[in-house]
Design a protein around this ligand. Structure first.
Ligand SMILES: [Zn+2]
Ligand SMILES: [Zn+2]
Length: 320
């Protein structure tokens, strides 16, 4: 029997690293524990030498999508060892020197849940899991546990809590896990303070009302995790000009948002690399080459002013 202490540094907190360690340690027949601390993740294991070697090899190969291992060190474990199974231990707060993952774009599974009328996340704007959602924007202290995030104000309902505790669930220890019942809500307010009457016009909810306002050519300020996002229909020249005037931004391009790659391709010609960037968890703003509208040919210039485009199809893009 060998005893080892394995220290992993990098982006390893809040990214589903501990459940991966748990699953692999179990699969390799090891006993011990895994926990977050100020340095990253600490694993203590006992087992046959070849099983421990296999575990370490698999851990590096099967790292979860948002995780990044910078340093992995192994040493013989000298302390008292009392484990006859593998467990996930509580976090330890000490000297802080670990990386936190940045916010990640909604993953395909979460997106599917928000669009599924039979799912309890249907139309829930703050749907997230271990593979996606906010991280850095909500954190107040290390280690990355729910009580150290702004989500601490929201007590999980029994369904969310059950999933949070289930090591086989996609939301195991997903610190911002939330739903309609227990999480934050989105609501619409008028800038002049007058009451909102959307419920009288068979709108689904306040988000549905926002979609209608955008289509009508209004500018909407969307308050998100990291600040305000000014949005309008980028295919509506009048409203884009109004936004330019109000922001004092006469010609500098606005960033556009599109529903998916199919919409992007109606307007632009992304390369494979650009497409990968757009679809990555980081989902950064990417400068794309514009397709030239009428002739269906590839444009030669960079996008400089979306408002000068003629939209052939009705869609809502966001400019901010
Ligand atoms: Zn997700
Ligand atoms: Zn809930």
């Amino acid at each position: 029997m060998n005893f080892e202490e394995i220290r992993i540094c990098g982006t390893v907190q809040g990214v589903g690293f501990r459940p991966t360690v748990y699953r692999l340690a179990k699969a390799c027949g090891l006993c011990g524990d895994v926990r977050n601390d100020g340095q990253g993740v600490l694993v203590r294991v006992s087992g046959k030498q070849e099983s421990i070697d296999e575990f370490v090899h698999k851990l590096q190969k099967e790292c979860p999508p948002l995780a990044k291992i910078n340093i992995l060190t192994r040493k013989r474990y000298q302390g008292e060892f009392q484990f006859d199974d593998f467990v996930i231990s509580g976090s330890v707060s000490d000297r802080v020197n670990t990386e936190i993952a940045p916010d990640a774009a909604t993953c395909p599974q979460c997106k599917a849940e928000t669009l599924d009328p039979f799912s309890r996340w249907y139309r829930y704007p703050f749907t997230n899991c271990t593979h996606c959602g906010p991280r850095l924007s909500i954190i107040r202290a290390i280690p990355y546990d729910r009580n150290n995030t702004s989500m601490n104000a929201f007590t999980m309902c029994s369904d969310c809590s059950r999933e949070y505790k289930d090591v086989n669930n996609r939301r195991f220890h997903a610190q911002p896990a939330a739903c309609h019942v227990c999480g934050p809500n989105a609501w619409l307010e008028r800038s002049d303070g007058k009451p909102i009457t959307s419920s009288m016009f068979s709108m689904l909810d306040d988000i549905d009302s926002v979609c209608t306002l955008l289509q009508k050519g209004e500018i909407v300020a969307i308050k998100g995790l990291g600040g305000f996002h000014l949005a309008c229909d980028a295919t509506n020249e009048t409203v884009v000009q109004k936004l330019r005037q109000r922001k004092g931004r006469e010609s500098k391009p606005f960033a556009l948002m599109a529903r998916d790659m199919a919409v992007v391709e109606e307007y632009c010609t992304p390369s494979i690399q650009e497409r990968e960037l757009l679809e990555s968890p980081a989902a950064p703003i990417v400068l794309l080459e514009a397709s030239s509208g009428d002739e269906g040919e590839r444009g030669s210039g960079r996008i400089t002013n979306i408002a000068s485009w003629t939209a052939k199809k009705k869609l809502t893009l966001q400019a901010a």
